[in-house]
Design a protein around this ligand. Structure first.
Ligand SMILES: [Zn+2]
Length: 113
């Protein structure tokens, strides 16, 4: 399952960050998930909760921010939301557009003791 492998790499990152910050227990973690990753937030939450049972992370809350797919117009610099892969700048109407977000999978913040 897509979300399970994402959860595993997420937990690896969290573990490394906690070591760096000398945290023993995780209270909550907030992540940002781009639209292009095709992650189902509810499926991710389910995998996360199943994976942390019996670990030092048990009971930690997972907060998920969804980041929409965005494009940036190379001509006028307009940043806009891309819907249904329509890559035309609503500002100037050109189609010279590059991706400006939507494939991120980042840890925004975490809290622990
Ligand atoms: Zn434009």
């Amino acid at each position: 399952m897509h979300e399970m492998s994402i959860t595993m790499s997420l937990l690896d990152t969290i573990r490394a960050e906690m070591e760096k910050a000398a945290l023993k227990e995780l209270r909550s973690v907030r992540i940002r998930v781009g639209e292009l990753t095709a992650v189902e937030p509810e499926a991710l939450r389910f995998c996360f909760e199943a994976s942390i049972k019996g670990t030092p992370f048990e009971g930690a809350a997972l907060e998920i921010e969804e980041a929409p797919l965005r494009g940036r117009c190379k001509d006028c610099g307009n940043v806009f939301r891309i819907i249904k892969f329509e890559r035309t700048c609503p500002g100037c109407g050109c189609s010279s557009v590059e991706m400006a977000g939507g494939n991120e999978l980042d840890i925004v913040s975490m809290e622990g003791v």
